[in-house]
Design a protein around this ligand. Structure first.
Ligand SMILES: NC(=O)c1ccc[n+]([C@@H]2O[C@H](COP(=O)([O-])OP(=O)(O)OC[C@H]3O[C@@H](n4cnc5c(N)ncnc54)[C@H](O)[C@@H]3O)[C@@H](O)[C@H]2O)c1
Ligand SMILES: [Zn+2]
Ligand SMILES: [Zn+2]
Length: 392
């Protein structure tokens, strides 16, 4: 089959690789019909280079049609399924408590990591990913989400990651109707965070340096801001001087405006892999501009909820401010399955209240994935979300 493979820093290519086969009785094989590129893939593309191996198949947002179902899976051929990016068993202590991204059956203990993830480096189990014609789906007795056949892929595809990620970000922000919510970052995750905030009756303020992303959010009634000196003053003025009740950081470890950490990240990708891994496991390598700004912006007694991914072990944190302002911090890899019952009715609502059909700017054949990665990373051509089509 054809699959997108990681070859080196900022270097991915489509190669012919072996078709996946069933390895366990609860596996299934799907033919992938749509597979998206995520902001998290950009971390692999560059910063997390030391944890990648040449030839790794990446991709963790996909859906498709079952072509082979193991005897202990609960699927049958031709079922249409969305595949959560977190691989979870559904029956362990963590899964039973809804913490499926901490699944004790699939945890990658060798690296001290939570549940295994599709296409996400050694840190998360080196499981072959879904930017490919076919995908082996482990834990197919629980993990896949079966969906109906009538609506287009784009309605369902984002259940694999960014919709539940955004939903969890807003749930962890703890907002109620009438509260104010700020969102740092208007990538695909931030767009859904902002829309979900509006849908749940919050007043939403969102910040991103890219005008096309601000314009998209503004269409949903979100108040948008460029990254300027006085943006926090403007948002405080709009919130009785206190700041928003909660802030979601939907930017993560590659924020603009952190020059020192930017240099450290770049330097780490130049080191030999074992040295670089040690560096990552002991140093503070995240670009923290958005996180520090979120802490500054939130009102006293408010909540900062991180959807964006961070990975440094010794990142400097403003403990005085966190303590003095009495800030609650929540974060984590998304517990995808935990939120599906809340999201499915919204996805299937004919009115499409979260605008699933209004996010994808580019749908291209899998063969064009290398150019699409470059475009998504450089944010050219108005690119907001790319879906790859392995069958085109
Ligand atoms: N927690 C999870 O389970 C989970 C799941 C999916 C994605 N993520 C993470 O969410 C983050 C966002 O993903 P995405 O797909 O939307 O990516 P993206 O790269 O498209 O979006 C990031 C956005 O942040 C903006 N930005 C950069 N620096 C900023 C700053 N200082 N202030 C304000 N905005 C800034 C960029 O312009 C961009 O629009 C990534 O870190 C990704 O890894 C986490
Ligand atoms: Zn993702
Ligand atoms: Zn489990």
């Amino acid at each position: 089959m054809r699959a997108l493979t990681w070859q080196g820093k900022r270097n991915v290519s489509v190669e012919t690789v072996d078709d996946p086969g069933l390895q366990h009785p609860d596996d299934a094989i799907i033919e992938v019909t749509s597979t998206a590129i995520c902001g998290s893939d950009l971390h692999l593309y560059e910063v997390l280079t030391p944890f990648m191996d040449e030839g790794d198949i990446i991709g963790h947002e996909c859906m498709g049609r079952v072509v082979e179902a193991g005897p202990e899976s609960n699927l049958t051929a031709d079922d249409r399924v969305v595949i959560p990016f977190t691989i979870s068993c559904g029956s362990c202590w963590m899964c039973q408590r809804g913490l499926t991204s901490q699944c004790e059956t699939t945890q990658v203990r060798e690296h001290g990591s939570g549940a295994a993830l599709f296409g996400y480096s050694r840190l998360y189990g080196s499981v072959p990913g879904g930017q490919a014609e076919f995908l082996r789906v482990p834990k197919a007795n629980y993990n896949p989400i079966s969906v109906a056949h009538d609506l287009p892929d784009e309605r369902y595809l984002f259940l694999s990651d960014i919709l539940p990620t955004a939903w969890q970000g807003v749930q962890y922000a703890g907002i109620k109707r009438g509260d104010t919510l700020a969102v740092y970052g208007l990538g695909p995750v931030g767009q859904f965070v902002a829309r979900i905030g509006m849908h749940l009756g919050a007043e939403v303020h969102a910040i991103d340096p890219l005008p096309e992303r601000r314009a998209l959010a503004a269409r949903y009634g979100v108040r948008v801001y460029d990254l300027t000196e006085d943006l926090h003053d403007e948002i405080r003025d709009a919130t009785e001087g206190r700041g928003p009740d909660a802030v979601v950081d939907a930017v993560g470890m590659e924020a603009h405006g952190s020059p020192v950490a930017h240099f450290a990240q770049h330097a780490a990708t130049m080191l030999p892999d074992p040295v670089a891994r040690k560096f990552f496991e002991t140093a503070g390598v995240d670009r923290l501009a958005a996180l520090h700004a979120s802490i500054d912006l939130v009102r006293r007694g408010g909540t900062v909820s991180l959807s964006g991914v961070y990975g440094g072990i010794a990142d400097p944190m403003p403990m005085l401010t966190l303590f003095d302002k009495q800030i609650q911090l929540r974060m984590g890899q998304c517990n995808v399955k935990r939120w599906i019952d809340d999201l499915l009715p919204l996805i299937e609502d004919p009115a499409d209240p979260l605008g699933t059909m209004d996010l994808v700017t580019h749908r291209v054949p899998l063969s064009e994935a290398p150019d699409a990665y470059k475009m998504f990373q450089e944010k050219t051509d108005g690119c907001i979300k790319v879906v790859l089509d392995p069958k085109a």
